[in-house]
Design a protein around this ligand. Structure first.
Ligand code: NAG
Ligand code: NAG
Ligand code: NAG
Ligand code: NAG
Ligand code: NAG
Length: 298
């Protein structure tokens, strides 16, 4: 859901871009909407406690925050993504660092970092601002699911691939951040983001209910599964986002209809996984709650 940082190199343009896009560009943040009903009672209470009053109790309302503080917290900019060489794979030791080579400074390291910090909730000696930790975590779980937030360094996650989306000039990264979702909302959901979110929720209880238990499983359960989510994203980048795309191409119906299902599923996965992470942090090991809830409904 974040514009890739290099898209925003010049500040005035960047501010304009963020300002003009954020009402729509926060679609990846809607996972906040999707997940809220899957939170356990204890996790929901902790989230309410930590959210700033301005959020009105909605986790999705704070999602733009992490994009807004990129100017102020300059160090946080590389935490929105990870760059890989031109291979269909992500390796933490090779790819998770900032431009100065500082290890862990990428979206995967950030998810682990803010998860760790949130474990200190309720500990009066905690020195972290856990409101910020929660806002960062929710945002980065969305980012790691946007395939091109784990993309090639060479083209800055698709930012330098100029093309047209139907008739409009844009770039590949922006197509995945915003355009595919906008087109879907316009064509399928009567211009209503809420209708799209409702459909996603419905799909979660019907179409995807069998998949949900697999969405959280990963080999290393100690930290989070963020490493696996990044690997999924780079595979989706190779097989869908970059596939058959070149400079100056015009993308239209063929690309839209074949890629939209990927976006839909990634938004749903982000929502489910964020709630699983938060349930585990705030409510011990209640990781199976979601699966059983969904099975009962289905
Ligand atoms: C972890 O969080 C702290 C506090 O926000 C921040 O200073 C640090 O850069 C973060 N590191 C990573 C890898 O996210
Ligand atoms: C925690 O961070 C939020 C968001 O940046 C800020 O509004 C709040 O004042 C901070 N709280 C403390 C105790 O510093
Ligand atoms: C689409 O939305 C408009 C209001 O924005 C509403 O008047 C209309 O009934 C809706 N159409 C459908 C098919 O839901
Ligand atoms: C999600 O819902 C849409 C609209 O009802 C449907 O076309 C699509 O096949 C569903 N996808 C899944 C995976 O259930
Ligand atoms: C893409 O278009 C620009 C200007 O429209 C042109 O300068 C550039 O050479 C083109 N690149 C390719 C690879 O066709």
């Amino acid at each position: 859901m974040a514009p890739h940082p290099r898209e925003l190199l010049t500040l005035p343009l960047a501010v304009l871009l963020v300002a003009s896009l954020s009402p729509r560009a926060d679609a990846w943040g809607k996972e906040g909407h999707i997940m809220q009903k899957y939170l356990s009672e204890k996790a929901a209470a902790a989230v309410q406690d930590l959210l700033p009053a301005s959020a009105g109790g909605e986790l999705s309302a704070v999602c733009p925050w992490a994009d807004e503080v990129r100017w102020h917290y300059h160090w946080s900019s590389p935490l929105h993504y990870a760059n890989t060489p031109e291979v269909c794979g992500f390796k933490f030791s090779r790819d998770c660092h900032n431009s100065r080579g500082q290890q862990g400074m990428c979206v995967v390291g950030a998810i682990n970092n803010y998860t760790d910090q949130l474990y200190s909730y309720g500990d009066s000696k905690s020195s972290y601002n856990l409101t910020e930790s929660l806002m960062f975590l929710a945002h980065f779980v969305g980012d790691v699911h946007q395939p091109l937030h784990v993309g090639y360094e060479k083209d800055e996650g698709g930012n330098t691939i100029a093309l047209r989306w139907y008739r409009r000039k844009t770039n590949l990264h922006h197509v995945w951040d915003v355009s595919i979702i906008d087109t879907a909302i316009k064509d399928f959901y009567n211009k209503s983001m809420d209708t799209m979110v409702e459909t996603l929720k419905l799909n979660l209880t019907i179409g995807w209910s069998d998949d949900i238990s697999h969405w959280e499983n990963c080999e290393n359960k100690k930290a989070t599964c963020a490493n696996d989510y990044a690997i999924e994203s780079i595979h989706l980048s190779c097989n869908y986002a970059y596939k058959d795309v070149e400079q100056n191409i015009t993308l239209g119906d063929d690309y839209f209809f074949s890629r939209y299902p990927v976006v839909q599923k990634r938004l749903a996965q982000a929502g489910i996984r964020l709630s699983l992470i938060l349930n585990r942090i705030f409510d011990g090991d209640k990781t199976d709650v979601i699966t059983s809830t969904v099975t009962v409904i289905a």
